[in-house]
Design a protein around this ligand. Structure first.
Ligand code: 2NL
Length: 342
């Protein structure tokens, strides 16, 4: 018995890993283990002999089990220590600066505009960025020879031989969306159409793709007075001023009659725009009463319905609000720039 104990205590103490330890366990306590075989011999002993041999064998079994679990724990700790040597993490190191993303100034301004006009009952309308010249020009009373239709200003889609669909363009404004909205919904209607528009132009204040938002309100007795109110509310909310003077300058667009370009009163103190004070004027948008031909093109009867429309460049009013000098910076995807304005 003592030899058995010494043998297994030693084997356990020297087991190199869990697999070796398991072999030792099987060698002692498995079905054919040495200790297990001894336990079976108990049956052949006299009751007298069994009285001492039984408890002694059980004690040996418990001692070997205890040694096995102690060694197993020790081996596991050693294995973990070994692993930690290669995987240690110094939690005192400064964290890597995970920067949060920022919203693009154009997207931010689009969201602001949408919210401001939603407060005045305008729904947001979307439409295709590529559209026929009917929706982009003819429906807006822009005749075939009008300079705006020239290829120097407008991107035309190429046409394969024999493809006799009407010419399609990259839309030059979001007015086609307004036409489509009137066709789909009829009057009364009150929508804004923000989105990308395209012109064949490129310099410090023009990029081939830029953004516009147009508004349209058609009902039975809408007048220029309603237009003035809507625009005043928009300017006050967007430029965050309590009051602002607007100047309506007579103008001309083929799709509105009368037409008016709208300036806001401002001052340029040290190159910074201040809206609602000073004696300078800044043009921000064009507007007017929708031309009857346009209503008719969109399936709305001008003898029954009338209303106003306006349009403005989103990039332009974003530049004004955030003091951004160069339009091209919006599209350079320069993270330093985006983080500064985002
Ligand atoms: C950047 N945009 C500007 O300077 C001026 O835009 C304008 C001006 C006046 C009206 C409109 N849009 C419009 C739309 C329909 Cl469906 C009918 C009539 N008009 C857009």
């Amino acid at each position: 018995m003592d030899d058995l104990r010494a043998k297994y205590i030693d084997l356990i103490a020297n087991a190199a890993d869990e697999a070796a330890l398991e072999e030792v366990r099987v060698g002692a306590l498995g079905k054919k283990g040495e200790v297990s075989l001894k336990m079976r011999e108990l049956g052949k002993m006299t009751p007298e002999e069994r009285k001492t041999a039984g408890p002694a064998l059980n004690a040996l079994k418990d001692e070997i089990n205890a040694a096995l679990s102690a060694r197993k724990a020790a081996l596991a700790d050693a294995a973990l220590d070994e692993r930690l040597k290669g995987e240690w993490l110094d939690v005192t190191l400064p964290a890597r600066n995970r920067r949060l993303g920022t919203i693009h100034p154009i997207s931010q301004v689009m969201d602001e505009l949408t919210a401001i006009f939603a407060d005045m009952g305008f729904a947001v309308a979307e439409g295709p960025q590529i559209d026929s010249d009917w929706y982009n020009f003819d429906a807006l009373n822009i005749p075939g020879h009008h300079p705006a239709r020239a290829e120097m200003d407008t991107f035309y889609m190429n046409r394969a031989e024999g493809d006799d669909r009407p010419p399609h363009v990259l839309r030059t404004h979001t007015s086609p969306v307004q036409i489509r909205s009137m066709e789909a919904q009829g009057a009364p209607i009150r929508v804004i159409a923000p989105g990308r528009v395209y012109r064949a132009d490129y310099d410090q204040t023009h990029t081939p793709m830029f953004h516009q938002v147009e508004g349209l309100a058609i009902d039975r007795d809408i007048s220029m007075a309603n237009l003035k109110w809507v625009l005043e509310e928009f300017v006050k909310a967007y430029f965050e001023v309590d009051d602002v003077k607007l100047r309506f300058r007579a103008s001309h667009f083929p799709f509105t009659e009368p037409s008016a370009e709208v300036d806001i009163q401002c001052s340029w103190e040290g190159g910074v725009l201040k809206v609602g004070e000073g004696d300078d004027w800044l043009e921000i948008l064009g507007s007017g009463m929708v031309h009857p031909h346009v209503l008719r093109s969109a399936g709305v009867d001008p003898d029954e319905w009338q209303g106003f429309a306006f349009g403005m460049g989103i990039d332009r009013i974003a530049m004004l609000k955030y003091g951004i000098p160069d339009l091209r910076a919006f599209f350079d995807s320069d993270l330093r720039w985006l983080r500064h304005y985002g």
